[in-house]
Ligand binder design. Structure first.
Ligand code: ASP
Length: 337
């Protein structure tokens, strides 16, 4: 870990920002064959001196992982590192992360941090030496947002491509485009202007959840036309801790799944229902075989506003905190309670 101090313009207060690097394309480079590969030394961390920031930057190269290698265990380590930094007087945190699972780490932190200092997650779609590389730019934007007083109390944010998104709703929507991060239904909460954040939406407060361990065996299943119970039957065992189901439309399932779904419920395995739709929220609207009303009556917990991967993180966090029964149901019900 090392510290550098940059002074920019006439500013009143020099903010102390912790940059946690975890890997991902933002820290990778293209080789002679054109393949994107990890680096032994993170170029973003090494070249941070080019940042014209009004900040004191503290750097921690915590991991060097492609984000498909990131698990809730690393997410918890990042959360614990941020809690330690808060106790040490850090004013804000920026995390660089691979974009593939960035939304899951960001939402995990949103659910488990006390929301006392700005925490911003960023990444890149083009590696560090590619033409049009967006890594250093996004890193600088993220630092500006983390250092901005207006960012207080906004929960964990994702800053990419000049936009500020809430970690609760943002999702990766494109495999390669630099404008990949979008917030369906609600839109971004702000934009990155020349050197500061401009917000035009305020988040509703959410309950956070303190955890000191993460459980395993929480699964995510997507429904499809003609689906039967086979995938659910694979999870009908003693190790399954919980399952999120991305249902059809407003939150419905093909009737052939129902006997297997019931077997999981009989085992007291928590089942959470979200929609596989890109926009909207899951609701119990339909009263037919497999419709949302029947699923709710069977005991599935509807979770509104979250996509499948985020609902899985929320279920995992709730179970890791030891929540059960109505407490777990209340925690999962909406993205804001
Ligand atoms: N596959 C890369 C990762 O998530 C993509 C990225 O970083 O944008 O690590």
């Amino acid at each position: 870990m090392w510290v550098r101090i940059f002074f920019w313009k006439e500013v009143d207060v020099v903010k102390k920002i912790l940059a946690i690097h975890t890997g991902g394309t933002i820290s990778m480079s293209q080789n002679a064959q054109g393949d994107v590969v990890p680096n032994a030394k993170n170029p973003i961390a090494q070249e941070a001196t080019i940042l014209a920031g009004r900040v004191q930057l503290v750097t921690d190269e915590m991991f060097n992982l492609p984000s498909p290698h990131v698990t809730p265990v690393e997410m918890l380590k990042i959360q614990q590192r941020i809690l330690r930094a808060e106790a040490d007087g850090i004013d804000g945190v920026v995390i660089t992360h691979g974009t593939d699972t960035l939304e899951e780490t960001a939402y995990f932190l949103d659910l488990t941090l006390p929301n006392t200092i700005p925490v911003v997650v960023t990444g890149a779609m083009r590696s560090s030496n590619e033409i049009g590389s967006d890594g250093m730019y996004n890193f600088q934007s993220a630092i500006e947002v983390a250092a901005d007083d207006a960012s207080q109390g906004n929960g964990v944010m994702v800053v990419m491509n000049d936009e500020i998104h809430s970690a609760r709703y943002v999702t990766k929507t494109h495999t390669t485009n630099v404008a990949t991060f979008r917030t369906p239904t609600f839109g971004p909460i702000g934009i990155v202007a020349k050197d500061h954040a401009v917000y035009f939406q305020q988040l509703i407060r959410q309950a956070t959840c303190q955890i000191d361990q993460v459980i395993d065996h929480v699964y995510l299943i997507k429904a499809y036309a003609g689906m039967d119970g086979s995938l659910f039957d694979f999870l009908d065992n003693d190790t399954t801790a919980g399952v999120v189901i991305e249902g059809l439309g407003a939150g419905n399932l093909p009737p052939r799944t129902l006997p297997a779904v019931q077997r999981l419920l009989d085992r007291q395995i928590p089942l959470v229902l979200v929609s596989r739709c890109y926009n909207g929220v899951a609701e119990d609207i339909y009263d037919y075989d497999g419709g949302g009303i029947q699923l709710r009556k069977m005991g599935l917990m509807l979770c509104q506003g979250l996509n499948g991967q985020k609902a899985r993180i929320k279920l995992l966090v709730g179970l890791s905190a030891g929540l059960t029964g109505d407490d777990l149901k209340d925690f999962l019900r909406t993205a804001v309670s």
